[in-house]
Design a protein around this ligand. Structure first.
Ligand code: SF4
Length: 221
């Protein structure tokens, strides 16, 4: 009988968690859509992001930086948030760090058009400050649904904020990088953000090591 009580207790906990999840999704507005979860097209999702006012960042953005690339890509790069240049152009990774990312992508025998590039936050935090947990909570469902549409084989998480948004860990990026984790069954390789590489020449070698592990996983080596 104590075993039965335990099972009932666990069942009630699961139901309570599900109710909490649904309430959160309703609050975020993601259960208002008529399209079933994961069935929206990328363009419908982009339109939803462009109109989004779910966090304070909508007040200061010039453009929503939704993401771009091949919607059927095997490889997705995720950064933390748009910077100034990205905010102005409405495209991810187009500043100096973005140019470095493009070089890394090409060294990996891909083109920018063959991969998908996005950020956890779709709007720029003022003065490039770190994303707040509240902003990440509000914006992450967009990323979740982007990844649900793309279904990549590998995600490269650029920097600690991107890695923490996908992987349940509080470790620093130096400790996390270099090995694969799983996000919804997709392999995730955390590595240093290209902006960090611009300031730390010595980080280029470990990033290339991580890139080669991704290439091996995707049959590019
Ligand atoms: S950062 Fe994300 S949640 Fe916040 S307003 Fe922009 S799209 Fe909406």
């Amino acid at each position: 009988m104590p075993e039965l009580n335990n099972i009932i207790h666990e069942y009630l906990k699961v139901v309570a968690n599900m109710k909490e999840y649904v309430a959160e999704q309703l609050e975020l507005g993601f259960l208002e859509s008529t399209a079933p979860f994961g069935k929206m097209t990328m363009e419908e999702l982009r339109a939803e992001a462009i109109a989004c006012t779910r966090c304070e960042l909508h007040k200061t953005r010039q453009n929503v930086v939704f993401g771009e690339g091949d919607e059927n890509a095997d490889l997705v790069f995720i950064g933390e948030a748009p910077g100034s240049e990205e905010d102005q152009q409405g495209r991810p990774f187009v500043g100096t760090a973005g140019q470095l990312l493009t070089k890394i992508i090409e060294a990996m025998k891909f083109t920018r058009e063959e991969v998908y590039i996005a950020n956890v936050l779709k709007c720029r935090p003022p003065n490039n400050r770190d994303p707040s947990p509240n902003e990440i909570n509000h914006c992450k469902p967009f990323l979740t649904r982007q990844l649900g549409i793309i279904k990549p084989k590998v995600i490269c998480a650029l920097g600690a904020h991107a890695a923490h948004a996908l992987i349940n860990s509080n470790e620093g990026i130096t400790r996390m990088r270099g090995r694969f984790y799983l996000y919804n069954g997709i392999k995730v390789m955390p590595t240093f953000h290209p902006a960090y590489l611009l300031r730390n020449e010595s980080a280029k070698r470990p990033v290339w090591t991580d890139a080669q592990k991704i290439m091996a996983e995707l049959g590019k080596l």
